[in-house]
Design a protein around this ligand. Structure first.
Ligand code: AMP
Length: 542
């Protein structure tokens, strides 16, 4: 017997229709690439998205066509999020931090048809315009007054002109909720990047689950500033969840330095933000150096790589901002777990709470997870046994675009490539990426633990722990450290800092200092590059 409820497809356009109807006056503020601050309402944004949907029709976008962006977090990018997907196209957010050769490879693989870009990236566009195989239209996301005088891009169009030339009336089409809506490529640290194709259904379900109180906890009373780029897994879904709940949105545009961010946090009374640890490092460094505080910020979501407890303490104890540690992947839309304490943990001491917060958290409803040993057998949830983490759920990938890499699933579960433990309360803790694991005498050493300890040292700006070859133990930990500016610290100081904090045999065998730790296009430490750099490093023999 079927239930007798309406069948309505879950479509991204419904988020915009809802935001316009119920939160039409709510504001969206952007620091524009042109340098000024732009301010308008959800109602205005919805009208311009419809104009852009009409424009996409004129440009020949057909259902399923990929429309790419190379853009910062701004209101124009937000308009494209809704115009492209809402009208039945697939929004492909390219990562502008990639090398132009990689951009060409990805755009060709995705068979992008139209490319919208911020003026900052004009040099990239000029470098790739004659090389990409399928892109037939380039649109600069600016007004006529700011259009480049001369360019090597033939037939370059202007975003604001397209908007003006098209009417704000457009009826969002209805179609199957399983239709593709947007596309992101994995960072591709091994092999070529692979396309992850989200659907309208997966996006709406992810949006609902991620807004929940024990997840990102966003509401219409919030003012959200997503620092995480809209080209990094759809800014963790915030452009969608803000519409669903009617939250004010503040887009930082290209201004991701500490000063620009802090000014915007304060002037727009931001309450919630989200980003990877490396971004927060810049902001906290600037605030520390200038003795600044936050007056309205209440929470920040930190994920993408492990948030060092030292950073959490700084946010929470010095600035009164609660840190929500979160974990996910491009293949998971991205949210899998968020770390919020359970009611029964309210009585824990501050240190005990911090130990829980350092974990990546509990699965949000919709995501199921398990850890398995090398034989594939499930491991207990005792907070100790560590194994590969597998996940499943309605916003988790079933296969990559064009079937690249074959079937990624194992008995219906997606292997994440992360190594984790799960405690009896369901809190998951990542100890490593499986390819970054350090195996000493057959036993795993958790590199994230070792990095977190080093990051708590006052002289350390960033630390990465990698495996170095060892004649007796196969591999031993080598700590690579980038010092804070003008800080003085020796190898011995750092090694002494580990005493009493971990099992003695986990202590790194050596410490090397570098001017900079290489970061990937989404701000993650590139351990593969470091392993390459220190391939011939001779560890001291005891
Ligand atoms: P990406 O698809 O580029 O977002 O990368 C996903 C990977 O980032 C995960 O598989 C993890 O290895 C890592 N990651 C994401 N969030 C965290 C976190 N909170 N702690 C540790 N690693 C994380």
């Amino acid at each position: 017997m079927n239930g007798l409820m309406m069948q309505q497809p879950l479509l991204i356009s419904s988020l915009l229709t809802h935001a316009e109807r119920h939160h039409g006056e709510q504001q969206i503020v952007s620091r524009r690439v042109e340098g000024d601050i732009h301010r308008y309402s959800f109602r205005d944004m919805a009208g311009r998205s419809r104009r852009m949907a009409n424009a996409l029709g004129t440009l020949g976008m057909k259902p399923g066509d990929r429309v790419a962006t190379l853009a910062w977090n701004t209101h124009r990018h937000m308009e494209l999020y809704y115009a492209v997907s809402g009208a039945g196209g697939v929004l492909h957010t390219l990562n502008p931090r990639l090398h132009p050769d990689q951009v060409v490879w990805i755009a060709d693989h995705a068979e992008d048809q139209i490319l919208f870009f911020d003026l900052t990236f004009l040099p990239v566009i000029e470098a790739i315009a004659s090389r990409v195989k399928t892109i037939r239209t380039f649109v600069a996301m600016t007004s006529r007054a700011h259009m480049p005088a001369s360019t090597k891009v033939p037939g370059l169009l202007c975003f604001e002109e397209l908007c003006e030339q098209h009417a704000p009336e457009f009826a969002w089409p209805s179609f199957d909720e399983n239709t593709a809506s947007s596309l992101c490529y994995t960072s591709g640290t091994t092999g070529n990047p692979k396309g992850v194709l989200y659907s309208h259904r997966s996006t709406i379900l992810h949006t609902m689950a991620s807004a929940m109180p024990d997840a990102l906890n966003v509401s219409t009373r919030d003012c959200i500033l997503p620092v995480v780029p809209m080209f990094h897994v759809n800014a963790w879904g915030l452009p969608y969840s803000a519409c669903m709940v009617g939250a004010k949105l503040v887009f930082p545009g290209p201004g991701l330095d500490g000063k620009s961010l802090h000014e915007l946090f304060e002037s727009e009374k931001v309450t919630v933000s989200a980003g990877v640890p490396t971004v927060w490092q810049g902001l906290l460094g600037y605030m520390d150096g200038n003795d600044l505080k936050f007056s309205t910020m209440r929470r920040t979501i930190i994920g993408g790589s492990a948030c060092p407890p030292a950073m959490m303490r700084s946010f929470q104890e010095r600035y009164g901002v609660q840190v929500l540690h979160a974990w996910g992947m491009t293949e998971m839309s991205p949210i899998g777990t968020v770390c919020t304490l359970k009611g029964m943990q309210a009585g824990l001491s501050a240190d005990e709470k911090m130990a829980v917060q350092a974990k990546q958290g509990r699965a949000v409803f919709g995501v199921d997870m398990k850890i398995v040993g090398e034989d594939g057998a499930e491991l207990p949830w005792d907070g100790k046994a560590a194994g590969e983490l597998l996940v499943r759920g309605p916003w988790i990938i079933s296969q990559y675009l064009k079937g690249e890499g074959g079937n990624p699933l194992v008995d219906g579960w997606f292997p994440t490539g992360d190594v984790a433990n799960i405690d009896a309360n369901g809190f998951m803790q990542i100890t490593d990426r499986s390819k970054d694991v350090i195996k000493s005498g057959g036993e795993w050493i958790g590199s994230i633990d070792l990095e977190n300890i080093a990051m708590a040292h006052p002289a350390v700006a960033m630390a990465a722990c990698i495996a170095a070859p060892h004649p007796k133990w196969d591999e031993r930990p080598l700590l690579v450290v980038m010092k804070k500016p003008n800080a003085e610290v020796t190898r011995e100081d750092i090694l002494a800092f580990y005493e009493g904090k971990i099992a003695k045999w986990w202590t790194p065998d050596d410490v090397v200092f570098v001017d900079a730790i290489p970061l990937g296009a989404t701000g993650k430490m590139q351990k593969m590059k470091l392993r390459e750099m220190f391939r011939d490093h001779k560890l001291p023999t005891a």
